[in-house]
Design a protein around this ligand. Structure first.
Ligand code: CMC
Length: 432
């Protein structure tokens, strides 16, 4: 259908009732039936578990075409941003849906640099948690705890929201690095304001007070690329969570803390850690790549080819295309080899020629190759999803802010189709 041929209404017949529901068309041609009046007019609701057919909001931030493998931030193709832009600029782009001017970029770079320190008392929160606790849990706790240091009761004003956004963007790398330093028992490293965003993360992760640490520019650029590619992905599980929590009026820190928890799961951001665990199990001879693939096709095995498949992409994830090439570039520039890359390539090759994966349109997603680069940068496996969270931060915030600007936004409160017992009388204990 083209814009001109899309009908203005959709007719729904329910028994002897007939209703006309308005049809909406997005700027990239997405056709949606507006069902807001459905229940009022018919008494019926819709059923869509996993919300795969439900548009929950109007958004100007990210466009994604899963059939064609297209991803754009505010109109700019991800491939161009990956090549020509940098993460700080992309953060601004997502927050404002336009590229910054020189002055805006300078101010924003200053702000996201000079708010990186954490309140000293927050260190006690890290120190009170077990060293072997997963860093995603530590980061969710620390981000949630920011709302105890920056209290904003009932003043969700644009000015206050912007200050909170800057604080979160600036402090998330520090929180992430502290969660790592705590896990290995090393002193926390304060941020360095003379370094760029990605280089500063490497400094806080790998520097120690005992010697000078100069971040490797190749590594900083590779990390910056990873952050750009993870920066937003429209209404995914964690972003929907951030919007949902925000819809109750909860503050930005509380909303994003919930988003971090949602990201942690292996079907979402946690897949990047799961991919490397899967590749290592094949490398260590637990099973061959082919045996693993056979297992991944069996429903009752509980095994999935991690880093493959996507709710929206029914084609190669464009981020995976960029990351696959970046694996070669980064390993080459660092003069490294990684047998896990060969195993990943073998799994991909088997999948792309196996009818199970072909028929279901399962392709590599962003998590399939990212772990190989994180690993080359020396980032430990448990921290992979935390790095995803640093990257996704501007997306979460941009979507939360957009929600708060939306005059039609309402608290998120889906309905259900009750399938339990109908009304019955209470039975006294002795009669059961
Ligand atoms: N390995 C084997 N089979 C799969 C896989 C996989 N990775 N992914 C989907 N399938 C099968 C699934 O069993 C189902 O088969 P059938 O039609 O016979 O029942 C079919 O493909 C459709 O899958 P689905 O589970 O209904 O699809 P979904 O949209 O609900 O789930 C997904 C999407 C990403 C959760 C899923 O593909 C998956 O579990 N992938 C592995 C985990 C992963 O890589 N997650 C990262 C997602 S991308 C980045 C992010 O969000 O963080």
């Amino acid at each position: 259908m083209t814009n001109e041929t899309v009908p203005k209404t959709a007719k729904l017949t329910l028994g002897d009732q007939e209703v006309d529901l308005p049809v909406m068309v997005g700027s990239e041609g997405e056709v949606a039936v507006d069902i807001r009046q459905l229940r009022a007019k018919t008494g019926a609701i819709t059923y869509d578990p996993g919300l795969g057919n439900t548009g929950a909001c109007l958004s100007k931030i990210t466009f994604l075409d899963g059939e064609q493998g297209i991803l754009r931030y505010a109109g700019y193709p991800i491939e161009e941003l990956a090549q020509k832009s940098h993460f700080v600029e992309v953060m601004w782009l997502l927050l404002h849906q336009q590229l910054p001017t020189t002055t805006q970029l300078a101010q924003f770079t200053h702000d996201t640099t000079y708010h990186t320190m954490l309140h000293e008392n927050l260190k006690q929160l890290f120190n009170s948690l077990p060293k072997d606790g997963h860093p995603m849990a530590v980061c969710a706790a620390a981000v949630g705890a920011l709302s105890t240091f920056y209290q904003n009761p009932g003043q969700n004003t644009p000015e206050q929201n912007w200050i909170d956004a800057i604080r979160l963007l600036a402090k998330m790398p520090t929180i992430a690095a502290y969660s790592y330093k705590h896990s290995i028992g090393q002193p926390f490293m304060y941020p360095r304001n003379d370094l760029g965003y990605a280089a500063n993360i490497l400094h806080m992760m790998f520097g120690t007070p005992c010697e000078k640490y100069e971040p490797n520019p190749v590594m900083a650029r590779a990390l910056d690329l990873l952050l750009i590619l993870h920066a937003d992905h429209e209404q995914n599980c964690s972003t929907s969570t951030v919007r949902t929590v925000g819809s109750s009026g909860a503050n930005l820190f509380a909303s994003v803390s919930a988003g971090i928890s949602a990201l942690w799961g292996p079907l979402h951001g946690g897949a990047n850690q799961a991919v490397i665990e899967m590749l290592m199990s094949i490398r260590d001879g637990k099973r061959t790549a082919r045996e693993f693939m056979e297992l991944a096709k069996k429903k009752d095995s509980g095994v999935r080819l991690m880093g493959f498949g996507h709710r929206v992409y029914k084609n190669y994830d464009p981020r995976a295309v960029i990351l696959k090439k970046a694996c070669y570039d980064v390993l080459g520039q660092l003069g490294r080899k990684d047998p896990l890359l060969d195993i990943a390539l073998e799994l991909e090759q088997i999948a792309l020629s196996d009818s199970y994966f072909v028929e279901r349109k399962l392709y590599p997603n962003v998590d399939f190759y990212s772990g190989i680069i994180y690993k080359a940068l020396g980032i430990p496996m448990e921290m992979f999803t935390v790095f995803f969270a640093i990257g996704r931060m501007p997306g979460w915030i941009a979507q939360w802010l957009e929600y708060h600007r939306d005059p039609e936004a309402r608290i998120t409160r889906p309905r259900q189709i009750y399938m339990g017992p109908t009304a019955r009388s209470y039975l006294a204990l002795e009669k059961r």
